[in-house]
Design a protein. Structure first.
Length: 301
C-alpha cells in the first residue's frame, strides 16, 4: 500500500459507536488503531469478555506477529489462559489457518468456515463464537481490498442468529482514510479506539456519551456537559444520554450535578442513564435539583 495517505486521527463518535466492553454475540464491529499497543488492548478486553461469558474466542492476529507473542500480548488482559488454550476455548491462528491450508481465500469460503466454527463451538457447549481479526492479513496476503470491503458490508447472514461476534481491526497507518471511513460507517457497530476512552456526539435529541467517565476523562466530560448546557433547545431543554457509559465515577457524577444545578439557561435537564447510575446520582443529591429528571433504563446495548 505504498503511497497512501496515512491518518493517525481517530474517527469521530456517532450513533453506532460503543465501547469494546459492550460487544455481544450478533455484533459485527469495526475497530481502529494507530498504535501497536492499542490493538492488543481491544483484542484482550474482547477476549476476556468472551471467556467470562462462556464463549469460544479466536484471535486472528497480524500474520507478522508470531502466535507466541500474540498470546503474550493478550495474556495480560485475560489472565492465566492455559486452561482455555488447552481446552480450545481460546485459540490463536492466522487467516490462512482459519480458511484452511491449501485453500485460496474467498469470501464464500471464509463465511462458510465461520458458520462451521460457530456450529462447532455451540456443539461443544460454548455460548457462541467471537473472533478478533487484525485486518493486517489483507495487505500481507495481497488480497484485493475491494473484495474484502464488499465482504465486510454484506456479511450480515453470519451474525443474524446471534451466535457469532466479530471485531475487524484496521490500522489507520496502513489503510487509506477512505477505506477506514467506509468500514467505520459500514459496520453495524464502530468501537471507541481503546478501552477506557470517553467520547460524545450530539444528535437532534441531545448529547450522548460513550465509554468511561472517570478521573482520566473527567476534563472532557465536564467540558462536553458545559457545551450541552450552554446550548439547550428552543424550549430550554437539554438531554444528557449516559446509557452508553460503561463506567461513571462518583467524581464525574458529582460534576454533572454541580453543572446541572448551575445551568442557568436550562429550564429542564433530562439525564438518561442506567439504574446503577441513577442510584449514584440520587445518593449524591439529584433530587434536590428541581430542573433535573433522571430516566433510568437498561444499558445502551
Amino acid at each position: 500500500m505504498a503511497g497512501i495517505v496515512r491518518d493517525s486521527r481517530p474517527p469521530a463518535a456517532d450513533d453506532h459507536t460503543f465501547a469494546v466492553d459492550q460487544v455481544r454475540l450478533g455484533d459485527h464491529g469495526f475497530a481502529h488503531h494507530a498504535d501497536d499497543g492499542v490493538r492488543w488492548e481491544v483484542a484482550g478486553v474482547f477476549a476476556a469478555q468472551g471467556l467470562a461469558r462462556g464463549e469460544k474466542v479466536v484471535i486472528i492476529a497480524d500474520p507478522a506477529v508470531p502466535a507466541r507473542r500474540a498470546r503474550r500480548n493478550v495474556a495480560s488482559y485475560v489472565g492465566s489462559h492455559e486452561p482455555e488454550l488447552s481446552s480450545g476455548q481460546l485459540a490463536f491462528m492466522t487467516m490462512q489457518e482459519f480458511v484452511g491450508h491449501g485453500h485460496a481465500f474467498t469470501v464464500q469460503r471464509q463465511l462458510r468456515r465461520i458458520r462451521e466454527e460457530t456450529d462447532r463451538a455451540c456443539w461443544a457447549g460454548y455460548g457462541g463464537l467471537r473472533a478478533f481479526i487484525d485486518m493486517a492479513w489483507v495487505p500481507a496476503a495481497g488480497i484485493d481490498i475491494d473484495a474484502v470491503m464488499d465482504r465486510e458490508l454484506h456479511a450480515g447472514e453470519v451474525f443474524a442468529d446471534g451466535r457469532y461476534a466479530e471485531i475487524c481491526s484496521y490500522d489507520r497507518r496502513v489503510f487509506p482514510p477512505a477505506v477506514i471511513e467506509t468500514m467505520r460507517t459500514g459496520h453495524p457497530v464502530a468501537l471507541l479506539e481503546r478501552p477506557g476512552d470517553l467520547d460524545a456526539f450530539r444528535s437532534g435529541d441531545g448529547m450522548h456519551f460513550v465509554g468511561d467517565a472517570d478521573m482520566a476523562t473527567s476534563a472532557f466530560f465536564r467540558d462536553t456537559l458545559l457545551a450541552a448546557f450552554r446550548d439547550p433547545d428552543r424550549r430550554g431543554i437539554v438531554l444528557v444520554d449516559m446509557s452508553r457509559l460503561c463506567f461513571l465515577s462518583a467524581g464525574c457524577a458529582g460534576d454533572l450535578l454541580t453543572l446541572a444545578a448551575n445551568a442557568a439557561g436550562c429550564e429542564r435537564i433530562t439525564i438518561r442513564c442506567s439504574p446503577q447510575q441513577a442510584r449514584t446520582l440520587e445518593r449524591l443529591g439529584a433530587g434536590r435539583i428541581s430542573r433535573l429528571t433522571l430516566v433510568a433504563q437498561p444499558g445502551g446495548r
